[in-house]
Design a protein around this ligand. Structure first.
Ligand code: TXA
Ligand code: MG
Length: 352
């Protein structure tokens, strides 16, 4: 019999310790708790309990070869999960923890293979959110957590999104309001000679290089499909972030993008299709006759990042047949935005 998911509201700054203690106990007993972080909502399980972690894969429909990030509330725990702390890791923790940076480090034997998906490395981060930190502390164990969405869907930035995807499949969702950054953490691999960004996210390459010097970007970070490239971050090979209907992404100079989107909207409408447009604020007024959702101003990629996943879900709910999306400049946080949009588009990407 399906159980209902408990819904507990918590204060984002000062969560009630009694609620956190109950949620922590559920984790310790092998249950699943969805919780807010500064990036997106996560679906947590006790990272040291292989069976609990296996349930995460089950409820999300997540491919078995895609490893999970372990969330910690203190550095000592991070160090216990790692067999060797590479040069640079300490500096990065000083600079960016708590915050949206996941470090991939050589895993110690205590980390179950369900977490690492059989790799010899483990991704670890300390989230910058009082509820997440209080939950991990109350659980008394490190917490493995992917984004709390069904596999393939846009990541959840509110508790409502979590329930849309996982209601009845998990024990609890903690609601502390919308997540701030809106895109997932940057995943940085520190197991080789030079640090490599496996997934662009809340911390940009420029910010990382200021702290540790040269950082490479895995060829997959731009989010374009195909090619010879085999991603080192298993999660990067799957279609992801996708709305239910096809999304066509148009990239290039803003005016040409708007002109091409208008043209495409006309073509689709003439075939009787209902068109949704994911637009930047600057050009949102151009699309008469389409349902328009504004992601944010082109000048402010952070604002677009924080709205992006909610906007994709909103477009789904409008009941359109096709979504046309404006690309933005893939620089700074814009690279993370474009990585998600390109992966949502799959092969439907046009350059103008
Ligand atoms: O912001 C975030 O990172 C959110 C919140 C909840 O913390 N979590 C998140 O988890 O986005 P998930 O599972 O949706 O994405 C984790 C990504 C995947 O692309 C996965 O392949 C990669 O991190 N990853 C995890 N461990 C790895 C490892 N040992 N080596 C390479 N990639 C790894
Ligand atoms: Mg995810």
């Amino acid at each position: 019999m399906e159980q209902r998911t408990a819904y507990w509201r918590v204060d984002p700054i000062k969560p009630d310790p009694r609620i956190m203690a109950r949620a922590g106990l559920i984790l310790r007993q092998g249950g699943l708790v969805a919780f807010p972080t500064e990036t997106v909502y996560g679906l947590g399980a006790n990272a040291l309990d292989g069976l609990a972690v296996a349930r995460i894969f089950e409820v999300k429909g997540r491919p078995q070869d895609n490893p999970l990030i372990v969330h910690v509330a203190d550095r000592e725990t991070a160090c216990r999960l790692v067999c060797r702390v590479p040069a640079g890791a300490g500096k990065l923790m000083d600079a960016f923890w708590p915050g949206p940076l996941t470090l991939v480090l050589p895993a110690a034997p205590v980390v179950p293979r369900q977490v690492t998906a059989g790799l010899d490395s483990v991704g670890i981060r300390m989230p910058d959110h009082q509820v997440a930190l209080a939950l991990i502390a109350a659980a008394g164990v490190p917490v493995a957590a992917p984004s709390a969405n069904l596999s393939g869907r846009p990541s959840p930035t509110t508790a409502g999104h979590v329930l849309q995807d996982l209601n009845g499949r998990i024990e609890v969702v903690l609601d502390a309001g919308p997540a701030g950054v809106g895109l997932e953490s940057t995943v940085l691999d520190l197991t080789g000679d030079v640090p490599v960004i496996l997934r662009p996210g809340g911390i940009t390459r420029e910010e990382l290089e200021k702290v540790i010097g040269e950082v490479r970007a895995d060829p997959g970070v731009d989010g374009r499909p195909g090619g010879e490239f085999r991603p080192r971050s298993p999660g990067m090979k799957y279609r992801h972030y996708a709305p239910r209907v096809p999304l066509v992404l148009v990239e290039g100079e803003p005016e040409r993008v708007a002109a091409r989107l208008k043209e495409l909207a006309g073509i689709y409408r003439s075939r009787g299709l209902r068109v949704g447009v994911l637009a930047t604020a600057e050009t949102a007024g151009e699309y008469n006759g389409s349902r328009v959702v504004v992601a944010g101003p082109r000048q402010d990629p952070a604002a677009i990042a924080s709205r992006l996943f909610a906007a994709l879900r909103q477009l789904d709910e409008l009941g359109v047949d096709v979504i046309l999306a404006e690309g933005i400049e893939p620089r700074g946080l814009g690279l993370a935005v474009m990585n998600r949009l390109r992966r949502a588009a799959g092969n439907r990407i046009e350059r103008v």
